[in-house]
Design a protein around this ligand. Structure first.
Ligand code: SF4
Length: 473
């Protein structure tokens, strides 16, 4: 969701004649688009704001947007008095107000519902992959999660509004649609119907959705994974823990039997489907036995592209008040153990892909410009030698090579840098945007966008634990 928010902010500002720069000293406006899912991320945002304050142009405007802004509110101005704006995740469409009145202090962290979707400018960038939010907020109230506080109660956009956005994205050149929501399959106007409607558009070749909640997987949606060829054979279905006791204390009231049954049904209708998950280790009260149940679940399901996190107490959450917090060293040990299991299953799956030919979606060039990055139907990144026959990437985009290092302190990824939504199972934003803030530095004047969109047939030639290499067929 943060990636989507960043794109919308960028579009809104480009629509006002601004353009992006990666040089802090050139920027007239500096925005940190933030995620507060972990405590460390929040601390990083404020140290980054201090760094920006000391290095930016004296007259440039700077501020924060997103969940850290919502969490900090007016206190952000106390911590960094030079800040110009603090806008919550549902208020960032108000950003132009600060451009019109640069001497003001703009604070808005209201949970204003779906208003922002109506007010935001249409995307001006043509990208092969279009993120389309269909709902926002969450009513599940997991005891560790700050999302219900920062993003508010669950609200679904109308079916007509979403379909209109899908058609716009297709007209702008999107090949893949990713429906977004903190509880995306809880979309109240039927995610399955939305997928069917989207699949009717010829130029849309791939459809997916994230992030899902287990009990919202309806039979209709599960069946669609077997019947709709445009729906990718990959699903993020966060388990968080394999222990019934821990799930109960997390306020995730589903049984492991139900979770396994959903996966069995998905694999029955589509034997090719791959599942990813998010896990929290070291949740308050988690025993060795509980943790072993999580490891057992991970071994049994053989997840790919999963994320594991050390539990960190967040303000406004019930679990932060639990008295049986787990010592940091135990959390670290458990994270290492689980990560080894997840890495192993990821490596095995990657290696099983060698020799296969897949339709992969262009992401763009790597930093060197010598390679192109594509994404398989299972969300693995594939590195391909740049070729004169390969399609041109959208200008100005450079994608970090997917070396997939372990994520900083307290989280691990066996997968790739894939935009996610939010808190633990909301698929918080990945590197480079995971765990802190995105910088968007916009300088006047300028503009322009360009695009290329394509699917390429790629043969996988080699694999390691976190990425693939391939060649055009
Ligand atoms: S973890 Fe996911 S399902 Fe639970 S409250 Fe947060 S957003 Fe909702």
């Amino acid at each position: 969701m943060n990636v989507y928010d960043g794109q919308r902010i960028s579009s809104m500002l480009c629509g006002r004649g601004m353009t992006q720069t990666d040089k802090l000293g050139d920027a007239d406006l500096i925005i940190l688009n933030t995620c507060s899912v972990r405590e460390k991320a929040t601390n990083k945002v404020f140290s980054e704001l201090g760094r920006i304050r000391d290095r930016k142009k004296p007259d440039s405007l700077f501020g924060i947007i997103g969940c850290v802004a919502k969490e900090a509110g007016s206190d952000a101005f106390r911590r960094i008095p030079e800040l110009n704006f603090v806008l919550g995740p549902q208020s960032y469409h108000k950003l132009p107000q600060i451009l019109d009145n640069p001497d003001a202090k703009l604070l808005n962290v209201d949970l204003s519902g779906l208003e922002k979707f109506d007010e935001l400018a249409e995307s001006v960038n043509a990208e092969p992959l279009a993120y389309i939010p269909i709902q926002e907020g969450c009513d599940h109230c997991c005891t560790y999660c700050i999302v219900p506080y920062t993003r508010g109660r669950e609200l679904s956009r109308t079916f007509e509004d979403v379909v209109r956005d899908v058609h716009k994205a297709a007209a702008n050149g999107a090949t893949e649609i990713c429906f977004l929501g903190q509880n995306v399959n809880g979309y109240k106007f039927s995610l399955a119907d939305l997928i069917r409607e989207t699949a009717k558009i010829d130029s849309i070749k791939r459809i997916r959705y994230t992030s899902s909640y287990p009990t919202e997987m309806t039979d209709d949606l599960i069946q669609l994974h077997g019947t709709e060829p445009k729906l990718l054979p990959f699903l993020n279905l966060p388990a968080q823990s394999g222990s019934p006791n821990v799930l109960k204390r997390m306020n995730r009231p589903y049984s492991l039997e139900l979770y396994n049954e959903i996966i069995d049904k998905l694999r029955k209708v589509n034997p090719d489907i791959q599942i990813s998950s998010d896990f929290i280790v070291g949740f308050p009260g988690e025993t060795e036995e509980d943790f072993e149940m999580t490891c057992e679940l991970a071994r049994r399901i053989k997840y790919i592209n999963s994320y594991s996190f050390k539990y960190s107490p967040r303000p406004h959450t019930a679990a932060a008040l639990f008295t049986d917090q787990i010592p940091e060293n135990i959390k670290k040990q458990r994270l290492v153990i689980l990560d080894e299991i997840l890495t192993q299953t990821n490596r095995e799956f990657n290696e099983s892909c060698v020799g296969r030919t897949m339709e992969c979606l262009l992401e763009g060039p790597d930093k060197t410009g010598k390679h192109m990055i594509y994404r398989t139907p299972y969300m693995q990144q594939v590195i391909v030698e740049a070729s004169p026959f390969a399609p041109e990437p959208p200008p100005g985009r450079a994608i970090k090579a997917p070396s997939a290092p372990p994520l900083e302190g307290g989280e691990s990824s066996t997968g790739v840098s894939e935009p996610n939504n939010c808190a633990p199972d909301l698929r918080h934003d990945p590197p480079p945007s995971r765990g802190g803030a995105d910088g968007a530095f916009i300088a006047r004047p300028g503009g322009g966008s360009g695009a290329s969109m394509t699917l390429q047939t790629i043969r996988i030639t080699s694999a390691n634990k976190c990425s693939l290499r391939g060649e055009f067929v």
